[in-house]
Design a protein around this ligand. Structure first.
Ligand code: C2E
Ligand code: CA
Ligand code: CA
Length: 730
């Protein structure tokens, strides 16, 4: 029983529709209204021509007053024509979800037409609507027409007022759209009843009425029960008019005399009209349910284009689209809104230790928290462990604290936390992508500060921010114009302090910013996955410099090159190096490859293969920055490094220098035990150098022996005898 009721309410369309379904049906109706409007316009033009030829001209030639004739025979058609035109234009321009200029004009046309025609209307014109009408019928028709005109006047005035109001506020005009659809329904049905009745023998010619009903029924789809009601009422009105027409419609066969002509009306007609009603209503039902299915199908499709596959949140591109619309609609409220860029601190470590699947689960959970905490805001996953939110500034601090706590509690062994960058909107014109990039920049500034959750982008950041953007946008220029140059820093033997090599360190000589240091461009280039362009340029410059020195018969020492982890992802790094080395005819033992320890924590088979390939080809493989970040002895076990580089500066942060000395001592001993050579960098004082020599560290590098300098200065220092090239280079 319950199921049967449910089924019936479903068929009749009583069920609650989702927002998406109603919008879809509504939009479909708006589209239909534009087709229908065009048809009405066409019909009205036709009627105007007909009236002119059959009524106005003959009566005018017989001495009638042209203006009077015109008002009498065409007013209603003009009115319908203008309304049809206005509504068509309105619906055609309904592309964006706000009032466009075209719609604004269309609305003004309809509104003013309604007002104008109600104003010039001469009610007497309608009493003589048809010579053959009975007094009762004339009354009925007048009431109908006058109410339509009055309704139109009210609608007209409302439309004009509303159009002005909405156009100025630039909002979507849903109310007006409903009004357009409803007035269309009324116009079409009234037109059908009216023309079918007054023009042909008492409605026996039902075609015009049926045509209009069909348009309304098939094009403007309402909920089935509303369709049935609308159709029912119009059929009833029509029957009523026909029945009151002398001896008009009847369920018995009979003969009537209409305009002096004998007519046979058979009961079949009446039955036919009822059949029409039933079949049209059925069609309405069928179309309604068809459209509902369409709506759900298209929603499924749209959803996949809008959602992030992992978290089910909006994806970034849809987010920016929505954000743009939202910002534009904010008006004076805009100052209360802020873009947040959320980054999970230490997510990489979580992924490494717990695996990718756990990482995915974590992101899904956190995505859910973000949506819960920032209810009524726009939230999306930008990429990786980054989320973006467009929200109001109210209670922001508490919300972020809650989120941070949830993130932290997710896995207390790994120090997880939220870094949130914020960008406050300054106006409705702002580009969401730009705004998010700024919020991201603010987040980036606190990236490695576990305690700091929140940073706002402000004017003082602006300069640094633009510098970053500049770097990203100009890396190609920099490479092509030779702005990227290697500086060389000496590496010496710890016993003799004689030169045994050098490290190539990139400098960016910029026409705008002057000299840029690696910390200003390396991290950005890595973040934007452009670092390989720089590294390739450095490889090439180093080999070119070396070739020039070899050709000039100058002393040449091996050079260490810094490889970024991303180089192995973004290019065939080994092959690129091989090509360059071959191009300049450089012996492989003159090149040392430095890879930082942190690059190797990801357990990528491919990375491991590539690194072994470097070694197999005969390059010396150096492990950079050992002891920084997450040291893992596995790195020493899994890869065949020739030299391990320890950075003093990482260790000097131990307040107890005794402890840090012991630590370096242990690292050097351990490396030596597993047959690795050792180098300590960041050596600034003679005591440090002596200590390192005493504990058996082979090579030293640091300001004590020289800062990174351009090639020319490097050679000058050799020429001046400040640097003595060792006889032993490997
Ligand atoms: P790194 O490879 O650890 O390079 C050593 C850094 O320590 C250099 O900074 C060097 O100038 C600095 N340094 C050397 N001795 C001393 C010292 O005694 N005291 C102090 N305070 N600092 C010293 P730089 O040139 O600014 O480079 C920073 C980082 O940028 C490098 O660290 C490296 O990771 C990256 N880098 C530099 N050039 C390149 C490159 O061509 N490609 C890639 N991928 N990364 C590069
Ligand atoms: Ca290095
Ligand atoms: Ca280093």
């Amino acid at each position: 029983m319950k199921e049967a009721l449910h089924f019936i309410s479903h068929i009749l369309g009583f069920e609650k529709l989702s927002k998406y379904e109603s919008e879809y049906l509504h939009d479909a109706n708006i589209r239909s209204s534009s087709y229908m409007g065009a048809i009405v316009v066409f019909l009205e033009l036709w009627m105007l021509i007909r009236q002119t030829r059959s009524k106005i001209l003959p009566k005018y030639q017989a001495g009638g007053d042209l203006f009077e004739l015109f008002v009498k025979y065409t007013t209603k058609y003009w009115l319908f024509l203008l309304i049809g035109l206005g509504i068509t234009l309105f619906c055609v321009y309904q592309r964006e979800r706000k009032l466009s200029k075209g719609q604004f004009v269309a609305l003004l046309t309809v509104g003013l037409a309604c007002i104008f025609y109600t104003g010039v209307l001469k009610l007497e014109a309608f009493t003589a609507v048809s010579d053959s009408v009975t007094p009762v019928m004339a009354g009925v028709m007048n009431v109908m027409l006058v109410s339509i005109y009055l309704l139109l006047f009210v609608i007209g005035a409302t439309i004009v007022a509303y159009a002005l109001f909405k156009y100025l506020r630039n909002r979507r005009v849903v109310v007006l759209e409903h009004l357009a659809i409803i007035s269309f329904t009324l116009v079409c049905l009234a037109f059908g009843v009216f023309v079918s009745y007054s023009d042909f023998w008492g409605g026996k010619e039902i075609i015009c009425f049926l045509t209009m009903v069909l348009y309304v029924g098939c094009l403007l789809i309402y909920r089935p029960y509303i369709s049935a009601l609308v159709l029912g009422v119009s059929f009833m009105a029509f029957y009523h008019i026909l029945l009151t027409y002398q001896d008009g419609l009847s369920f018995q066969d009979q003969e009537v005399v209409i305009n002096g002509v004998a007519q046979k009306i058979i009961s079949g007609d009446a039955v036919n009209y009822i059949t029409f009603f039933i079949s049209l209503t059925t069609i309405c039902f069928a179309i309604f349910h068809g459209r509902l299915n369409e709506a759900n199908k298209s929603r499924a499709l749209e959803k996949s284009a809008k959602k992030d596959f992992l978290t089910g949140m909006y994806n970034y591109s849809y987010f920016t689209e929505l954000a743009k619309e939202t910002i534009q609609g904010l008006g004076g409220e805009v100052g209360r809104y802020v873009f947040l860029f959320l980054d999970v601190h230490n997510f990489k470590a979580f992924n490494d230790q717990r695996g990718f699947e756990a990482g995915d689960r974590f992101l899904t959970t956190i995505g859910g928290h973000v949506c819960d905490i920032f209810q009524n805001s726009l939230c999306a996953r930008q990429a990786d462990d980054h989320f973006v939110v467009l929200t109001v500034t109210d209670d922001l601090e508490e919300k972020l604290d809650t989120l941070n706590r949830l993130v932290h509690e997710y896995d207390e062994e790994i120090l997880l936390a939220i870094n949130c960058g914020a960008y406050h909107l300054n106006g409705t014109h702002e580009d969401p992508r730009m705004a998010i990039d700024r919020a991201r920049y603010a987040a980036h500034l606190i990236k490695n500060r576990f305690q700091t959750v929140y940073a706002e982008y402000d004017k003082t950041m602006s300069e640094a921010y633009h510098k970053r953007l500049y770097v990203v946008n100009n890396i190609d220029n920099a490479v092509n114009n030779g702005w990227i140059v290697p500086f060389y820093q000496p590496v010496v033997w710890s016993d003799t302090n004689e030169l045994c090599g050098c490290e190539a360190l990139a400098r960016w000589k910029d026409p705008v910013y002057g000299q840029l240091f690696p910390n200003e461009f390396i991290p950005v280039l890595e973040e934007y996955r452009l670092i390989h362009k720089l590294d390739k340029a450095i490889f090439e410059s180093v080999c070119r410099d070396m070739r020039a020195a070899l050709d000039a018969g100058m002393p040449v020492v091996p050079v260490s090159l810094n490889f970024s982890r991303l180089d192995f992802e973004l290019m065939d790094a080994v092959q690129e190096l091989e090509n360059i080395v071959e191009k300049y005819g450089i012996s492989r033992d003159l090149i040392h490859v430095e890879v930082t320890e942190s690059a190797l924590t990801d357990d990528f088979v491919k990375l491991r293969e590539e690194i072994n390939r470097i070694k197999d080809l005969g390059y010396s493989l150096w492990l950079d920055d050992f002891g920084s970040g997450y040291s893992s002895l596995n790195v020493l076990k899994d890869y065949q490094f020739d030299v391990v580089k320890i950075d003093m500066r990482f260790l000097s942060s131990f307040e107890n220098s005794e402890k840090s000395r012991t630590l370096i001592d242990c690292i050097i001993k351990m490396a030596t035990r597993i047959n690795m050579l050792t180098l300590t960098e960041g050596v600034e004082t003679r005591e440090q150098a002596d200590f390192l020599h005493n504990i058996g560290c082979g090579r030293l590098q640091g300001y004590l022996f020289g800062k990174p300098i351009p090639k020319e200065q490097f050679y000058r220092r050799i020429d001046d005898g400040e640097l003595v090239v060792s006889g032993k280079l490997l």
